[in-house]
Design a protein around this ligand. Structure first.
Ligand code: ATP
Ligand code: MG
Length: 425
């Protein structure tokens, strides 16, 4: 036998047993965003590398060490998208979608990051994201959070999620704070680890994100961003909190929450869970009022979030929140004898014409009735329709109930639909 070729580490197949969960999650997501009047946008999975460098920031985990970057045959540096916001903003500018107008958009699809694969962290993963342009908030900030809260409710996981909330202030406030933070970090330079020492000049706010307990301890003494906030930032944040209070959405203000990407300002939030172990963030987002202009568009306020669908499906599985996964078929057609194959295939087509929602599977590949009935059982059909030579000659069909205590009966083909309609009751 030839040597097997395996999938790339950290890139998963979604097998037939798993797709129903994904379909259920995706259907819920689509239903919820559409109930808020959001429109879908689809972007390419590959973009020019410098789009991500410029949008996400050079000194971020994603750009520094996680991107799949390669030269194509023309020598252009391209990157498999590590997130959706940059491409979405690029597309909106390119097609004039956000100039002087509001847009409420959503997308879903694969993202790529070269990280160490582990539970809840993969190299190809899927994000569902929302981006809203042209609105300054805090009303829209609250709407996005309400939308996510509704998703958790619809998926039955609301008791297992916590909202963490913070504001990063305006870019001017952040700049003033940045200077103060750098001055503080300089005083403690010796106690910082290598990464923090490097980041304190390139992206000092990221030092606050450190997982190193020793540095975290030092940071308890660091100046806090909120001391640098002016009236506008406070009003925005208070406005958002008041709206969330009114909507009955609980939150924890977490001043350490700065988010991994550079482009955020004002509101940032994360939904976290402790039912997944280390990879506990299922959704993260925030306001990014500077990004459209930074990428060459007209200044446009914007806010968005993205959630990891692997983490979400994992959570549903862990918490056993998966609703009944439907069987593959409702009706299984079995045939044996001269002329029955054609009759069976045509009967199946007729049923699909008349009852498009009915899932009808025809037995293919021959074999005796016993084998065929086994198949019917395996796909968990409710009913087997049996066509032998005598049935076909009389234009009849034998109906065998596989899950209900009802006698098998042979009926005219014309009498079949009322029987099948009862299945749904
Ligand atoms: P983390 O801190 O877990 O690395 P992040 O801050 O890098 O997350 P974002 O860029 O905010 O993540 O992406 C939004 C969401 O996408 C995350 O909250 C998570 O649910 C999901 N996500 C991010 N990276 C991965 C990955 N490598 N595998 C699976 N899901 C991921
Ligand atoms: Mg990350």
């Amino acid at each position: 036998m030839a040597k097997q070729i395996q999938a790339i580490r950290g890139m998963n197949d979604c097998l037939p047993e798993q797709t129903p969960v994904w379909q259920m999650v995706e259907a819920t997501l689509r239903r919820v965003v559409s109930s808020y009047g959001y429109s879908e946008i689809r972007m390419p999975v590959v973009e020019m590398t410098h789009l991500f460098q410029r949008a996400i920031g050079e000194v971020t985990d994603v750009v520094e060490k996680e991107m799949y970057t390669f030269n194509d045959r023309n020598g252009d540096s391209l990157t498999l998208r590590p997130e959706g916001t940059a491409g979405c903003v690029r597309a909106c500018i390119e097609h004039g979608l956000v100039y002087n107008q509001e847009r409420r958009l959503w997308y879903v699809g694969p993202m790529f990051r070269h990280e160490r694969p582990q539970k809840g962290r993969y190299r190809q993963f899927h994000q569902f994201g929302v981006e809203v342009f042209g609105l300054t908030g805090p009303d829209i900030d609250a709407e996005l959070i309400m939308l996510t809260a509704r998703l958790w409710r619809e998926l039955g996981i609301e008791q297992f999620t916590t909202l963490q909330l913070n504001t990063l202030g305006s870019s001017a406030e952040r700049a003033a704070y940045r200077d103060a933070l750098v001055a503080f970090l300089e005083q403690h330079k010796e106690s910082l680890d290598e990464e923090c020492q490097r980041r304190m000049y390139t992206n000092p706010l990221r030092v606050l994100d450190t997982k190193n307990p020793q540095v975290q301890e030092i940071l308890t003494q660091a100046p806090v961003l909120s001391d640098y906030f002016g009236e506008e930032t406070k009003a925005h944040f208070d406005g958002l909190k008041a709206l969330l209070d009114a909507a009955g959405i609980a939150y924890q203000v977490n001043e350490r929450l700065v988010r991994g990407l550079d482009y955020y300002n004002y509101t940032v939030f994360e939904w976290v869970t402790d039912s997944l172990g280390a990879q506990g963030t299922i959704c993260g987002g925030g306001r990014y009022d500077g990004l459209v202009e930074q990428l060459g568009g007209h200044a446009t306020p914007a806010i968005g979030f993205a959630m990891g669908l692997e983490r979400l499906t994992l959570m549903l599985e862990t918490l056993e929140k998966i609703r009944n996964i439907p069987a593959v078929a409702d009706v299984y057609i079995c045939m044996a004898g001269e002329g029955t194959l054609t009759a069976g295939l045509l009967l199946a087509e007729k049923l699909r014409n008349e009852r498009p929602e009915l899932r009808v599977m025809t037995h293919c590949g021959g074999g005796n009735f016993k084998k065929q009935m086994k198949r019917a059982d395996k796909v968990e059909a409710r009913i087997a329709l049996i066509l032998g030579e005598s049935e076909v000659a009389d234009n009849k069909v034998t109906v065998k109930f596989l899950r209900d205590q009802v006698e098998q009966q042979t009926v005219d083909v014309t009498a079949l639909l009322p029987i099948l309609d009862k299945l749904g009751e």
